[in-house]
Structures are given as structure tokens and as C-alpha cells.
Design a protein around this ligand. Structure first.
Ligand code: TRP
Length: 360
């Protein structure tokens, strides 16, 4: 029997970026007025420690939404780790570190549900009907998948890698999240989720909302070597690093030959990234920070950044250390998150079975 997958194509990325920006501004306004109307799902792959790039890029935005009164689900995407690694080593340790990072930044387990998708069978079962709603060529065209494949550490593309945008649809739709904070690069993935939700509705009836992307302005923080901040490059200030390590990393950071400090992200990316980091930590304006340092040069800049980061991080580090000593609590947080996610996923799967006529 032929599977009649609709032939509409996913939205053009250029158009969808402008549309998503406008829509996000509207959504922010609605969040301010009626936070209770929204349910957010966000998540990370547990691949290592989170760093300041993550913090200012996405993590603090999650805490902001939680504090605004939006119900928040935080996914630990442990199956997704397997899309680009042959083996996931030290997984449970890495997951614990991630949990510590979450608690340190202010994710509150009483208000946010933190869970691992491998622990939620009913979530994963949604993958099967969802896969029937997308074509292979649509998956082949997905720009994020193409990019992931290009950067993969695997010699061959696994089926899991190939289908991961659809798995992500299950991550989002199992709890009927209607808001997904994303960076620009993740927009095509969310488009897959929206398509799956729409097609499911067309074929079987309304079960899922069509979730919106909430684009966040992620400041571009470079690593201390002037390239993208990433744990594997050894250029990242992680949330777990102490004051001394932070000072050492910043001391070794790349700058340029010009003594006078300015904020010029395009012309002077390394210096400007340091200025921006100080400004973000101080809650100030990067141009003002640069002007204050002026002729003080790289040494004064690094001193300022080190102080700013260490002052800002002190309470986070204290919370992290406190929770690090209580592994039983960490396990309890994840266990309870998994239980709650399971309950919701099972209820959704029941609805799906009902809609598909497969509840026997
Ligand atoms: N793809 C995200 C990452 O690489 C993690 C993730 C998995 C996710 N499923 C998701 C994020 C659903 C948002 C919504 O970090």
C-alpha cells in the first residue's frame, strides 16, 4: 500500500527566519501577559560540561522563562548523543554533571521537569507513527542534518542520526509543548516538528499543538583562542571551573597587538569577545566597558574580565558545590522528572492510539 506523504516542502530558511523573529517578539509579549498559556520544552545533549557560551546563549533564557511562570520541561537528550558518537562513554557521570549545572544556574525541580528521554518509553514510541509522516527525501534535505552529518565523528551515517529531527518531534510533542526556545541553527528541526504535528492532525485528528520557535538573541562568545567556544577545544570557561582555572584561562586568552581597547566584534573579534563577556557578567554595555578600559590594554582587560566572571559565577559555584555533595538528591531529581515525564507521555500515547484507532 502506498504511503501518501504530502509533497509540500519545508519552509524556506531565509523566509522562516524573518517570520520566526517577528513571531518571537509577539510571543514574548504574550508570555509577559499570560505565562500560563505556554509550555516550554528545551534540552541538551549530555556530551560534557556546560560553559559560559551555553549559559549566556541559552541557559539563562530557560531560567528567565521558568521565573516568568512558564511551565518548563528540560530534556537530557541522551539517545541523541549516539547520533554522532559510536560509544557514549561515562554517560551517567556526564548526566550528573549536567544536572549539577542545571541546579547551579537556577533550574528549580519544583517548577521545571528535568528528564532523560531514554527513560521514557512512551515518548520513544511516538517516533514510529511520526516517521510515517515524513519522507526520506525531506530528511535528506534537512540542513541541520546535513550539517550534523558533515561534522559527525562516525564513519557512516546511522539511521538514528538520519531520523533525529523526527525523534526531536517526539521530544517536543509528547508533552504538547507549544514553545521551543531555539537558536537560528535549530529552526529547520523545529520545522520538522511543526510539520509532523500538522500532518498528524490532518490524518488522525487534533492531538498535538503546532509549537512555535522562540528565537533568542544569543551573544556570540568566542573561546579563549578566538574560535567557537567548545569544551573539546579546551578554550571554554565551564560552569564547573573554579576561580583559579578561570583566571588562568583568561590570562592565556588571545588578544591583538593594538593597545587601546575597543568594542568592534567584526574588526577585533578576540578582544571584543572578552569585553562582551565582562559586560554580560556585569550586566552592562560592552561599549562602556571598552571605553573604561581604554588605554589600559590587554592586561587591564583581562583583569576586568576575570573579576567580572568570578564575581558573577561565585553564587553559581557555591550552589554547584552544595549539590555536588548530595548525589542522592541528584538522582532523586532525575527520577522524579522521569516519573512525571512518563505519566505525561503515557497519557499522550493513549490519545495517539485512540486517534489512530489502535487502542485494543
Ligand atoms: N538537538 C539539541 C542539541 O543538539 C538537543 C535536543 C534534543 C532538543 N531534542 C530536543 C532541543 C528538543 C530542543 C527540543 O543540543
Amino acid at each position: 500500500m502506498q504511503n501518501d506523504i504530502p509533497t509540500e516542502t519545508f519552509t524556506d530558511i531565509g523566509d522562516s527566519l524573518a517570520v520566526a523573529r517577528r513571531r518571537s517578539a509577539e510571543l514574548e509579549e504574550q508570555i509577559r501577559r499570560e505565562p500560563g498559556r505556554f509550555r516550554v520544552l528545551t534540552g541538551d545533549r549530555p556530551t560534557g560540561q556546560l560553559h559560559l557560551g551555553h549559559y549566556f546563549g541559552t541557559l539563562r533564557n530557560r531560567v528567565r522563562l521558568q521565573e516568568a511562570g512558564v511551565e518548563t520541561f528540560v530534556l537530557i537528550a541522551d539517545y541523541q548523543v549516539l547520533t554522532d558518537r559510536d560509544v557514549a562513554e561515562r554517560q551517567s557521570e556526564i548526566v550528573e554533571e549536567l544536572l549539577l549545572d542545571y541546579l547551579a544556574i537556577g533550574i528549580d525541580p519544583d517548577r521545571s521537569t528535568v528528564f532523560a528521554h531514554s527513560a521514557i518509553p512512551a515518548l520513544n514510541q511516538l517516533l514510529l507513527p511520526f516517521l510515517s509522516l515524513v519522507s526520506v527525501s525531506e530528511l535528506q534535505r534537512n540542513p541541520t542534518v546535513k550539517d550534523e552529518i558533515a561534522h559527525s565523528r562516525q564513519s557512516a551515517v546511522s539511521g538514528l542520526m538520519f531520523t533525529y529531527p523526527v525523534h526531536q518531534a517526539a521530544d517536543i510533542l509528547f508533552c504538547k509543548a507549544n514553545l521551543v526556545p531555539v537558536g537560528q541553527d535549530q529552526l529547520p528541526h523545529l520545522e520538522v516538528t511543526r510539520t509532523v504535528a500538522r500532518r498528524f492532525g490532518d490524518r488522525y485528528g487534533a492531538v498535538f499543538p503546532v509549537p512555535d520557535a522562540l528565537l533568542s538573541e544569543a551573544p556570540l562568545l568566542l573561546g579563549t583562542d578566538g574560535t567557537k567556544m567548545s569544551k573539546s577545544r579546551g578554550n571554554a570557561i565551564s560552569l564547573a571551573s573554579g576561580a583559579d582555572e578561570t583566571a588562568r584561562l583568561i590570562k592565556g586568552a588571545k588578544t591583538d597587538g593594538e593597545r587601546h581597547i575597543t568594542y568592534d566584534p567584526l574588526g577585533r573579534p578576540e578582544v571584543s569577545s572578552l569585553v562582551l563577556l565582562a559586560a554580560l557578567c556585569e550586566g552592562g554595555d560592552p561599549r562602556a566597558v571598552a571605553a573604561e578600559i581604554g588605554d589600559g590594554g590587554a592586561a587591564a582587560l583581562k583583569k576586568r574580565v576575570t573579576e567580572a566572571v568570578n564575581t558573577f559565577m561565585a553564587p553559581l559555584r557555591a550552589r554547584r558545590a552544595e549539590y555536588a555533595g548530595d548525589r542522592a538528591y541528584l538522582r532523586k531529581v532525575l527520577h522524579q522528572g522521569n516519573l512525571r515525564a512518563t505519566e505525561i507521555a503515557e497519557a499522550t500515547l493513549d490519545e495517539v492510539r485512540h486517534a489512530m484507532g489502535t487502542s485494543y
